[in-house]
Design a protein around this ligand. Structure first.
Ligand code: DC
Length: 215
């Protein structure tokens, strides 16, 4: 089974996708972590073309540990799980994600991963571009204030500042089949404002086609 979850920053994608994968016993693909890896590399090697870095890089997303753990992200064998969450890398990731050749390279890696096994895959273009034939497509949203509040809590930053940056980021993270604020065709729209992670996970689990439900 393949469940695709897209949506803007702060809609709860990562938390929900991780919890859903755990609940259903599926692997979890954090596609944003892959863009973050290329963003980090681009910062470290400013003279290299980001597309060449994206093609050459080996990205491993290790199996989940305890429910509260993030998946470990290995970039050419180096654990960059923490480093890729910094504001500088977020910025660089958003920049390299606007390069069509970077996207092509990472989409190929994502499709290779998803070609075998059972997955919850999360990102911006999973339902539209990476896996349009996913068994279940979900678009998570939340109102702008709530998204900013969640993101600020995650980063330990000021909500008002985060909200101002968020609007710019949504704009910048559009295009190439990415629709941060709009559901893809055939995707179920789920507004997570005011819902707990458990409630969102429960709703999505109910939407998995019966014949495709893991045992
Ligand atoms: O979801 P995130 O914040 O970890 O994503 C990091 C960046 O990568 C963000 O700017 C959006 C971009 N991204 C993308 O363009 N396509 C994806 N499938 C996932 C993330």
């Amino acid at each position: 089974v393949l469940i695709a979850i897209d949506g803007p920053a702060g809609a709860g994608k990562s938390t929900v996708a991780r919890a859903l994968a755990q609940r259903l016993g599926l692997a979890y693909l954090d596609s944003g972590a892959m863009y973050r890896c290329v963003g980090l590399l681009a910062l470290e090697r400013p003279t290299s073309a980001p597309s060449a870095l994206a093609q050459a890089v080996r990205i491993e997303l290790t199996a989940d540990g305890a429910p509260s753990d993030r998946q470990a992200v290995l970039l050419d064998g180096r654990d960059v799980s923490q480093e890729i969450r910094s504001p500088a890398v977020s910025e660089a990731a958003s920049r390299v994600a606007g390069d069509p050749a970077v996207r092509e390279a990472l989409i190929a890696k994502q499709r290779a991963l998803l070609s075998s096994g059972d997955w919850v895959a999360e990102g911006r273009d999973i339902a539209t571009v990476v896996a349009p034939d996913a068994d279940l497509k979900i678009h998570l949203s939340a109102d702008a204030a709530e998204r900013a509040r969640r993101r600020a809590a995650e980063l330990g930053a000021d909500p008002a500042t985060v909200r101002a940056e968020q609007a710019l980021r949504d704009e910048r993270d559009s295009g190439f089949g990415r629709s941060p604020l709009q559901a893809a065709q055939g995707a179920v729209e789920l507004d997570t404002s005011g819902l707990s992670v458990e409630q969102v996970v429960e709703r999505i689990a109910q939407l998995v086609p019966v014949g495709r439900r893991p045992p």
